[in-house]
Design a binder for this molecule. Structure first.
Ligand code: SF4
Length: 390
């Protein structure tokens, strides 16, 4: 049985398992997986109600034929709080690779044989230059990231300097730092430098954490999110789906993020780099990704839900449908992998009827026209000696 067969079987089992849906229902709504109507659920949430854990599990069990209905219902929440805008975020990897930690999904981990770029800290000027490209393309948040267990105080000084440089470029730009586990006082120094947010993902459920990392704990990660929040930084924390977690564990981590009061929730889909323990792991279909994104939207109806790493490879041709429930993406490339062209991201947003944050009321905004031109005359297949296109 392939991993996908397993997921499909799990979904079928769950649909008929009232114990699972009811038993996991922390709020005692008594809902079963078979009876959750996402449209009714959306009405309840719009009226101020909440989703239960059992209902979240049921959403993950939505049959393939009903996923568009689920997306449509989640889209009502998305449009209620965020209209048709898409926030663009831009990643700058300040320091790449050579990490002493052993997170199993990460191409920069201890012992990784992934052939990713490795380099030490970018200079302030280089970091600002790289970020400027994203800002000019419409990014409203720059995410300054470094590999490693956590920053030294000297590293905090470097990042504070870069934050200052970015704010000089554009005082309105939001700057989020993602530097690993924070020590006491470091979040306060980032906030004092003008930092707006701090990202530290929980990544997976507490019950699954030991299976993906041995060098730090789930509690360490939650503690850093709390430190950032206490210092007045907007907490940004999310997950990675597709690492072999169960649907129950997906629900567990998504509710844990709600407990942390994360303002933005990046949803990553595993990118199984060669040379890492999870290489070759492809558990998610595009429809699975939509089910997960919709579930996250129902649990975090008024929070920024961001489609993060792995968007292109996991959602594939269904990427634009992801925007119906998520209201945020990364523009362009990721930390160690290339995304689709930034212009293609902007084109996708426009084609799906959305508009980047900041351009909503800008009559001068024109989305790029990618790939538009005269048709390519066929020179293969019938009437030629060249192999047909099939
Ligand atoms: S701490 Fe960060 S950079 Fe290091 S292995 Fe884990 S995820 Fe990768």
């Amino acid at each position: 049985m392939t991993p996908q067969d397993t997921l499909t079987a799990e979904r079928a089992d769950r649909t008929n398992d009232p114990d699972l849906a009811g038993g996991a229902d922390a709020q005692g709504s008594g809902s079963t997986a078979a009876t959750v109507d996402p449209g009714v659920l959306a009405e309840r949430i719009l009226a101020g109600g909440e989703i239960s854990r059992g209902e979240a599990l049921a959403l993950l069990a939505t049959p393939d034929a009903d996923v568009l209905g689920l997306v449509r219902a989640g889209g009502r929440l998305r449009r209620h709080w965020f209209g048709n805008s898409v926030k663009l975020n831009y990643l700058v990897n300040l320091k790449s690779g050579m990490c002493p930690e052993d997170c199993g999904y990460c191409s920069q981990r201890l012992g990784s044989e992934a052939e990713v770029l490795t380099y030490s800290w970018l200079s302030k000027d280089k970091a600002v230059e790289v970020a400027r490209a994203g800002m000019e393309a419409g990014a409203k948040r720059v995410c300054l990231v470094s590999s490693g267990r956590g920053p030294s105080n000297r590293d905090i000084d470097r990042v504070a300097d870069i934050i200052g440089g970015l704010k000089e470029e554009d005082p309105e730009i939001e700057v989020c730092a993602c530097l690993g586990l924070l020590k006491d006082g470091q979040a306060e120094r980032l906030a004092a430098a003008g930092g707006d947010a701090y990202n530290h993902n929980l990544n997976t459920a507490e019950s699954n954490y030991a299976d993906i990392c041995s060098t730090h704990s789930y509690a360490d990660r939650a503690d850093t999110v709390d430190k950032a929040k206490d210092a007045g930084l907007s907490p940004c924390s999310g997950l990675i789906a597709g690492m072999g977690e169960t649907p129950e564990q997906l629900v567990e981590v998504v509710f844990a993020l709600r407990g942390l009061d994360s303002d933005s929730v990046p949803v990553n889909f595993l990118m199984p780099f060669e040379g890492t323990p999870l290489e070759g792991t492809h558990r998610l279909t595009p429809l699975d990704c939509l089910r997960i994104l919709a579930m996250v939207r129902f649990v975090h109806p008024d929070k920024e839900v961001r489609i993060a790493g792995g968007r292109e490879d996991n959602l594939r041709s269904l990427q634009p449908l992801g925007l119906e429930v998520a209201n945020s993406i990364f523009l362009g490339d990721y930390l160690t992998s290339e995304g689709q062209a930034g212009a293609a991201d902007l084109q996708m947003i426009a084609d799906a009827g959305f508009v980047p944050v900041g351009a909503e009321d800008d009559p001068a905004y024109v989305a790029p026209q990618v790939g538009r031109g005269a048709p390519v005359v066929r020179r293969r297949g019938a009437g030629t000696d060249v192999a047909p296109n099939a």
